[in-house]
Design a protein around this ligand. Structure first.
Ligand SMILES: *[C@@H]1O[C@H](CO)[C@@H](O)[C@H](O)[C@H]1NC(C)=O
Ligand SMILES: *[C@@H]1O[C@H](CO)[C@@H](O)[C@H](O)[C@H]1NC(C)=O
Ligand SMILES: CC(=O)N[C@H]1CO[C@H](CO)[C@@H](O)[C@@H]1O
Length: 328
């Protein structure tokens, strides 16, 4: 199992030479329906920029978003677009009247209308990039990583797609007629792109895109349950819940507090806002600090469950070094 995991990493590194043409026609796309998701989108955008992506960054936003958050997003993203399905009066509005339960899903499907980009990579606002992932643009629609819970389904948190009004129309129709087997966009997309599991293995992003050197960590529950001390770089909160990916959580908070909070402070001016960071530099005494330390036994176990500590002892460089010695 350990061996198999390493092989998937080598496949990732092989496609490093970027052959996709017209990089200005390609974009990372995210969706932020409210201010919480906007903060996630800001961290995601910053993480993509920090890793020197050559692609455009596009954020679709919802009408409830506050002005300061919109302004901050516009500093990071090339293109920030309001999507108000309720107000659109078009096919999406009609679809939504039939299936009001799928509101946010219809908003997400809007990314197919971004037709002045030829190819896009959608990333949920609660994801974080830990290295350059522009190589994803070498893949075709619909490429995505398997969902760990349902291996025959893909996880719709990150996927490669081609904007097209034709596909958009078909998706709306599919959504209206069939609904979603899980009540959200993952069900709709897996239904529509139903041959993903069997048709073309190149559309299967290596599993590593879900937990990885490269990827992607869901922070939103984290944002609710922790506070962060930027000075000591410590997180306080429900340690048990965080213990699956403590290093990613720390990475998220570090980027958020250093790059996003100062920008939000500018945008909010005199208006108060809650950053989630501890301001006096001390964590409350009963709070436990998170220490991402594991014994080698525990690490091995995590590896075998597909949960390597990619940022720390199992970081990409370490894994690659091991792989290089192995191949020599
Ligand atoms: C934003 O939306 C999410 C999911 O719908 C919700 O959990 C969260 O509380 C919302 N945040 C705000 C500030 O409205
Ligand atoms: C991104 O580019 C800058 C300037 O060219 C460089 O200093 C930096 O090391 C690069 N970052 C990464 C992660 O490659
Ligand atoms: C974004 C994403 O794909 N997240 C999934 C990664 O894997 C864990 C389980 O290991 C899932 O719970 C996440 O939903």
């Amino acid at each position: 199992m350990l061996f198999l995991s390493i092989i998937t990493i080598s496949i990732v590194t092989k496609s490093k030479d970027d052959t996709s043409q017209g990089s200005n026609m390609a974009a990372f796309v995210t969706l932020a329906t409210n201010d919480s998701y906007a903060r996630g989108a800001m961290v995601l955008g910053k993480s993509l920029r920090n890793h020197n992506t050559s692609r455009k960054l596009v954020a679709l936003i919802g009408p409830q978003m506050s002005d300061p958050c919109q302004s901050a997003l516009k500093k990071i993203y090339d293109d920030v677009r309001m999507v108000d399905v309720l107000d659109s009066g078009d096919a999406a509005h009609l679809a939504m009247m039939k299936r009001p339960d799928l509101g946010v899903t219809f908003t997400k499907l809007h990314c197919w209308t971004l037709t002045h980009y030829s190819k896009c990579v959608f990333m949920d606002a609660d994801t974080l990039v830990l290295s350059n992932i522009d190589e994803l643009f070498d893949r075709e629609e619909l490429s995505a990583a398997p969902d760990p819970g349902w291996p025959d389904c893909f996880n719709s948190g990150v996927f490669v797609f081609r904007p097209s009004m034709e596909t958009y129309g078909k998706l709306l129709q599919y959504c209206t007629e069939h609904g979603s087997f899980d009540g959200g966009d993952q069900g709709v997309l897996n239904g529509f792109f139903g041959n993903w599991a069997t048709a073309d293995i190149s559309k299967h992003l290596p599993f590593i895109y879900n937990l990885s050197s490269i990827a992607i960590y869901t922070y939103l529950p984290a944002f609710k349950h922790y506070t962060f001390d930027p000075k000591s770089k410590q997180i306080a909160g429900d340690v048990h819940e965080a213990s699956t990916h403590p290093t990613f959580l720390l990475e998220w908070w570090t980027l958020y507090s250093s790059a996003v909070v100062p920008m939000l402070q500018d945008m909010y001016g005199d208006q108060p806002f809650h950053s989630g960071c501890v301001e006096d530099g001390s964590l409350s005494s009963h709070a436990q600090a998170l220490q991402p330390q594991m014994s080698s036994e525990e690490r091995k176990e995590k590896w075998e469950q597909g949960q390597a500590d990619y940022m720390g002892m199992d970081s990409f460089d370490n894994i690659k070094r091991k792989l290089d010695t192995f191949l020599k």
